[in-house]
Design a protein around this ligand. Structure first.
Ligand SMILES: *Cc1c(COP(=O)(O)O)cnc(C)c1O
Length: 379
């Protein structure tokens, strides 16, 4: 690990040591089934409740509006399919954007096979949706708007409160994939008017395979996994107690340290971007300069092949990405960079650097120096 310089926090983050410490007792010592009536089971039910409280309070939701899942993808599926099918009698139209994560896009594609109609909104050059286009897309059959809080490739933060206002005006439910935003942006579902929201623990220093979905009380939604009565009948299966406890601790820490972490991460990001912009010609900074996640720098280099670039970086121990991890390794162009109309000669040379709380200025300096040389060498 010593020689690894990790700049891919949008793909995943390491489990925080304090999070791991809280999780460990729940694997072997405190292993009881939370649904059992004896004390080692009941104690675990209480641990789950405590964690649910932490997750709820981090976004100002109510305790009974949080449902644990096995990650961001399942949360997106549960919210979107769950709300769509439960409200099918009201309509069959869903609105989303062209730059969503595949967990949302492919969920919408599946719903189209079941008779739903989906509008995929364009985004501007900065990756932000057009609120007028959104309002015009709403019709009498529209039941759900699902727009991500922040984009995983270019870091753009969408105008969530304005989207919520428009949804409310037309009586449409509003879900947001906030997997990238949790821990980086303050979220208040009541103040912001969010009806449903997805999160994933491994994006904020919690364990992989652990997530949660918020659905405002009173909104009808169906389970997608049927079975026992766990999670208020909305997500069957014996609870991942250790994972739930870890998620609770991770979200608590992320809220506690958000301001300090953001200050440091933002400084490093701007330092990186400024240095690259001042030293390497023919580049584009993708995404919005202002409405952007604190750790995200997505840069396209003209006349560079991104797989070559990533291999060169890997050879010096730098972990970075060209876009979302799911499309990495494939030579397909990014649907996000295509949507914001990055010219192909630039798009092919795209690099996503996502900084985290443990990155140092020394690491960023190392990255800058090497990147300058690598780009020169490849060009
Ligand atoms: C990572 C990610 C997901 C998927 O979360 P998993 O927990 O890996 O299933 C969904 N949406 C966005 C925006 C993401 O960044």
């Amino acid at each position: 690990m010593n020689n690894i310089k990790y700049f891919d926090h949008a793909a995943t983050t390491p489990v925080d040591k304090d999070v791991l410490k809280e999780m460990l007792p729940f694997f072997s010592e405190s292993f009881g089934n939370p649904s059992s009536i004896y004390s080692i089971g009941k104690k675990n039910k209480e641990a789950i409740s405590l964690s649910r409280m932490k997750v709820a309070s981090s976004i100002n939701a109510n305790f009974n509006e949080i449902y644990f899942t096995n990650g961001g993808s399942e949360s997106d599926n549960l919210a979107i399919k769950g709300i769509a099918f439960a409200n099918r009698n009201k309509g069959n139209h869903i609105i989303t954007s062209k730059i969503e994560h595949s967990a949302v896009l492919n969920t919408c594609k599946t719903l189209e096979k079941f008779g739903f109609e989906v509008t995929y909104l364009d985004v501007g050059k900065n990756g932000i949706i057009d609120l007028n286009q959104l309002e015009r897309a709403i019709n009498r059959r529209t039941i759900l708007i699902t727009i991500m809080f922040a984009n995983n490739e270019i870091g753009t933060i969408e105008p969530i409160e304005q989207i919520a206002k428009i949804a409310k005006k037309y009586g449409v439910y509003f879900h947001t994939d906030s997997v990238q935003a949790i821990g980086n942006v303050k979220i208040d579902v009541k103040k912001m008017g969010i009806d449903s929201l997805s999160m994933s623990a491994h994006k904020f220093y919690g364990p992989k395979g652990m997530g949660a979905v918020f659905v405002r009380q009173g909104i009808p939604f169906m389970p997608i996994i049927d079975g026992g009565h766990q999670e208020q009948d909305k997500r069957a299966g014996t609870e991942n107690v250790a994972g739930i406890v870890g998620m609770g601790k991770a979200i608590e820490l992320s809220q506690l340290n958000m301001e300090n972490n953001n200050k440091k991460i933002k400084f490093l990001r701007d330092y990186f971007i400024n240095n690259i912009e001042n030293t390497i010609p023919d580049i584009i900074l993708n995404g919005d300069r202002k409405n952007r996640l604190p750790g995200n720098a997505n840069i396209s280099f003209k006349g560079v092949e991104r797989n070559r670039l990533l291999q060169e970086l890997d050879s010096i121990g730098v972990c970075a990405s060209s876009g979302s991890a799911c499309s990495a390794g494939r030579l397909k162009s990014s649907h996000v960079l295509t949507a914001i109309k990055v010219p192909p000669v630039f798009e092919r040379g795209s690099l996503r650097i996502t900084l985290g709380k443990d990155n140092t200025k020394e690491e960023v300096d190392f990255l800058i120096d090497n990147l300058i040389n690598i780009i020169k060498k490849i060009r």
